[in-house]
Design a protein around this ligand. Sequence first.
Ligand code: IPE
Ligand code: IPE
Ligand code: MG
Length: 235
Amino acid sequence: MKKEAKELVIPQHVGIIMDGNGRWAKKRGLPRSVGHTYGAKTFKNITRIISRKGVKYLTLYAFSTENWKRPLEEVSALMKIFRQYLIESLTDFREDDIKVNFIGDRSAFAPDIIRLIEETEEVAKNRKGMQLNIAMNYGGRDEIVNAVRILLKDNVLPEQLTAQDISSRLYTAGQPDPDLIIRTGGEHRLSNFMLFQAAYTEFYSTDTLWPDFKEEDFDKAILVFNQRNRRFGGV
Ligand code: IPE
Ligand code: IPE
Ligand code: MG
């Protein structure tokens, strides 16, 4: 008997913790910065591929609030890659109609990077395709602290405070919580990514290092996601 192929559910919001650039370079005897350069190539390719699969929101973790702890040489190399990426992204995502939004505390970046971030958001603001959130100097705790500051300024009464009041003051305000978070590089932790939003997110970890991550790795994650039974605390 022929088995009916069941249609795959494409998650509405996917988050990716893009880890493993340094190890990828080390394996090849190259400096870590070369791993980041290749990671940036994967970033661009995979964004386009995912947008064509029907994902509505994609959040990519590019630089955490803790990544400033790295040697100055590596941080400088990353800033150079961001600059280059931002200049290219001004035109890059036009054909796929991708809307770009940066989440995190951008005030810590150099003024020219901040300008490029603003320009990138501005040129893409009326696009109708996938919403791409790039998490830069992003930390889940920092995001919650920032939301609490806004709540206090808004004089929200303690006894009236709801989870929705907090969600609507996060960097991802107005967006659905992630359905799936993929982490490359084999670790099984969130490393401060989307702490408030990830309450019921499915977590998928792959040993593939970020520069090696391809369409088939993403498809595998979607397949595994489709085998999960999400209960949200119910039965
Ligand atoms: C992820 O790769 C990129 C950033 C955190 C900026 P890593 O640089 O953390 O690579 P590994 O984990 O050391 O291999
Ligand atoms: C998480 O990776 C941050 C990003 C991918 C941007 P890290 O390499 O910084 O995380 P840890 O140190 O392994 O937890
Ligand atoms: Mg890492």
